[in-house]
Design a protein around this ligand. Structure first.
Ligand code: PLP
Length: 402
């Protein structure tokens, strides 16, 4: 008898590690060196773990071999509470859940919320784990458009139009992956006003909140709308460059009296996975307290800022390519003018790029962008490698132009 995957997976896709990566692995096995510009994994581009985080992990690892509290180490949760207090958000340690990366918590948040056919408003383009997690939980991701002409700001009218009586939650990704947009307080007020009017839970993915360029600032959504139930997601993978430690948190902010049953559901799911990686939880308080070494990388003279500039400048020199300059995060999401590049299948385009130039990027439709006219690359390689990669992408595109 055939063993067939569950129908629950019918609409679940995560193209960042999809068939293009499989082809890259096949090419690597055949001896090719592939430049992987597909995942936001700082470690593989020479970014070190902050020494104090490593030290705290190592000092505590001998005592971290047992299961811990399902919600997380008290000291880590306390540090998360204090972190949000400095931003004007009131929480208790009971409102904080540690997870094996934000990824696990995103999935838990949707599993606990959705019945079959419930809808969640998710941005297009999105970080595709959100859409995948909604689908896996039996829900339908309804994509609202972010407007490239308006620096990728969410189109509030589009969101409003897409609310139905099945809509349960509004997802905000700020700073945004893949676009690099960072939302103003006014935009956050507009978004949360829609949630308020329609009784939606807000899920705010803020994992890039410290990776900001050009002096822009980030406001947590929960600080803008303390009267709404807002799940705030963040972790150590990006600002602290330890994606492999698998450590993130979810803070349940705002009024909870009407959400006791949902919160009980979250706790059931947290209990079922026993606990999150214990050694990494010892690093959370250290990460959140004290000096933030990410600033050395994003302020003038910093490596990440320089790389963002190089990527943007060189991409926009390619004929027919435009790119909104990212204000945050680790990516660029350029547009290929359809009048210049007649691309019908953008996954095929990135496969062709991979085979020709041995460079892996992710096609825009992999981020639930509806047209095959974008791709995303990470801005993590050093400036020289990035410049060379973008030059080669330009050469490849020249052959693709009609
Ligand atoms: N959310 C966003 C917007 C991301 O870009 C990523 C990873 O790229 C994640 C969540 C997952 O992060 P974690 O490593 O904490 O699971």
């Amino acid at each position: 008898m055939q063993v067939i995957q569950s129908t629950k997976l019918a609409n679940v896709c995560y193209e960042i590690r999809g068939p293009v990566l499989e082809e890259a692995m096949r090419l690597e096995a055949a001896g090719h060196r592939i430049l992987k510009l597909n995942t936001g994994n700082p470690a593989i581009f020479g970014f070190e773990c902050p020494p104090e985080i490593l030290e705290d992990m190592l000092r505590n690892v001998g005592d971290a071999h047992g299961y811990g509290d399902a919600k997380g180490l008290l000291s880590a949760r306390r540090a998360v509470v204090q972190h949000y207090e400095t931003k004007g958000i009131e929480l208790s340690v009971e409102d904080v859940y540690l997870g094996n990366g934000v990824s696990e918590l995103i999935q838990m948040s949707m599993q606990a919320l959705l019945d079959d056919g419930d809808e969640v408003l998710v941005p297009a383009p999105d970080y595709p784990l959100w859409t995948a997690s909604v689908s896996l939980a039996g829900g339908t991701a309804v994509h609202y458009r972010c407007d490239e002409q308006a620096d990728w700001m969410p189109d509030l009218a589009d969101i409003e139009r897409k609310v139905t009586d099945r809509t349960k939650a509004l997802v905000i990704i700020n700073p945004n992956n893949p676009t690099g947009a960072v939302y103003s307080d006014e935009m956050l007020r507009g978004l949360t006003e829609i949630a308020r009017r329609h009784n939606l839970i807000v899920c705010s993915d803020e994992i890039y909140d410290k990776i900001l360029y050009d002096g822009v600032t980030h406001t947590p959504t929960a600080a803008i709308a303390p009267d709404l139930l807002t799940l705030t997601f963040n972790g150590l993978s990006k600002a602290y460059r330890v994606a492999g430690y698998r450590s993130g948190w979810m803070a349940v902010c705002g009024p909870k009296a009407h959400a006791e049953s949902y919160i009980e559901g979250l706790t059931i799911l947290a209990n079922m996975r026993l606990c999150a990686n214990m050694p990494a939880q010892h690093a959370v308080a250290t990460a959140l307290g004290g000096r933030q070494s990410i600033n050395d990388l994003v302020l003038p003279g910093g490596r990440l800022l320089e790389q963002r500039d190089v990527a943007h400048e060189m991409l926009t020199r390619i004929p027919g390519v435009t790119c909104v300059k990212p204000k945050g995060a680790l990516y660029a999401f350029p547009r290929l003018d359809p009048k210049v590049y007649k691309i019908k299948d953008d996954r095929q385009m990135v496969l062709d790029l991979l085979r020709a130039e041995k460079i892996m990027v992710v096609h825009g439709t992999g981020f639930n962008w509806p047209e095959p006219d974008h791709f995303r690359l990470v801005t993590l390689p050093n400036a020289k490698d990035l410049a060379e990669a973008v030059t080669r992408i330009g050469d490849f595109l020249e052959g693709y132009a009609q």
